[in-house]
Design a protein around this ligand. Structure first.
Ligand SMILES: C[S@@+](CC[C@H](N)C(=O)[O-])C[C@H]1O[C@@H](n2cnc3c(N)ncnc32)[C@H](O)[C@@H]1O
Length: 242
């Protein structure tokens, strides 16, 4: 599997929302990757030659999932603690997750196998690259971004995923009336999300009071629990594309 942007020289990487950690992989994660990668991990094609970007077609999702169905995207599912049960609860949807951290992909694959579901695939790639290169315009019905890396230091705020350029990209890939759900335990990042999305001409806040109630359909993950244990408030947001 080729990871977008890792091929030397051909693509200039901008600022990304993650650090490529070497990270130790457990025996179980590696075993899951060996067993299930071919089945559930989408092979991301190499980046196009810079002179001819139009040569690259988006993914054929009908072929990948073996059917046409509403498309749900999750960005940064981590170990899949909320992703897998949420995909299992929505057999009518095709669910595709973008995750950059290989050990986490291994954990997700193990959970998919345990759950015995066939409607979930993982692309091991930067979500911004994935949305831009792999998905056709107006293809996403639902987008989930739960507890994205907070980058709390001011000098790192530029790394935060939810920014105006990223929202522009999301707007272009979402269907009309598609819904983008987000959650974070970092007040300052929650404020940034509100600023970006409340001001965005193609998104409407679904909640007049601004914040959404905690989404009961989202299972608790260790990241959310960690925020609660540290005394932080959990902010939920929900936006509909015009
Ligand atoms: C703080 S964790 C949250 C995991 C999960 N959503 C949860 O609530 O437990 C953020 C995850 O996003 C992934 N990530 C960060 N930037 C990403 C990007 N640009 N594309 C895909 N995944 C990304 C990280 O590798 C990490 O697994």
């Amino acid at each position: 599997m080729i990871m977008v942007g890792q091929r030397s020289g051909t693509v200039r990487r901008g600022i990304v929302s993650f650090v490529r950690r070497g990270g130790r992989i457990t025996v179980a994660q590696q075993r899951n990757l060996d067993r299930y990668r071919e089945r559930w991990v989408i092979d991301v094609p190499p980046p196009p030659v810079p002179e001819n970007p139009a040569a690259e077609p988006p993914l054929d999702l009908g072929k990948i999932f073996g059917r046409e169905a509403p498309l749900i995207i999750e960005i940064g599912p981590g170990m899949g603690e909320s992703l897998v049960p949420m995909a299992a609860a929505r057999p009518e949807a095709n669910v595709l997750a973008f995750e950059v951290y290989t050990p986490s992909v291994g954990s997700i694959l193990g959970k998919i196998a345990d759950a015995g579901i066939e409607n979930l695939r993982v692309a091991e790639t930067d979500a911004a690259e994935g949305l831009r290169r792999l998905l056709p315009p107006e293809s996403i019905d639902r987008l989930w971004t739960f507890f994205p890396d907070p980058w709390p230091k001011k000098k790192h705020h530029k790394r935060r995923l939810v920014s105006r350029p990223f929202a522009d990209l999301v707007a272009s890939r979402m269907k009309r009336h598609g819904v983008w759900r987000l959650a974070t335990d970092w007040e300052d990042y929650a404020g940034q999300m509100r600023e970006v999305l409340d001001d965005h001409p193609r998104f409407v806040n679904e909640f007049r009071e601004g914040w959404a109630p905690r989404w009961v359909q989202r299972p608790m993950t260790r990241f959310e629990q960690r925020g609660i244990d540290a005394g932080r408030h959990i902010f939920d947001l929900s936006y509909r594309r015009r």
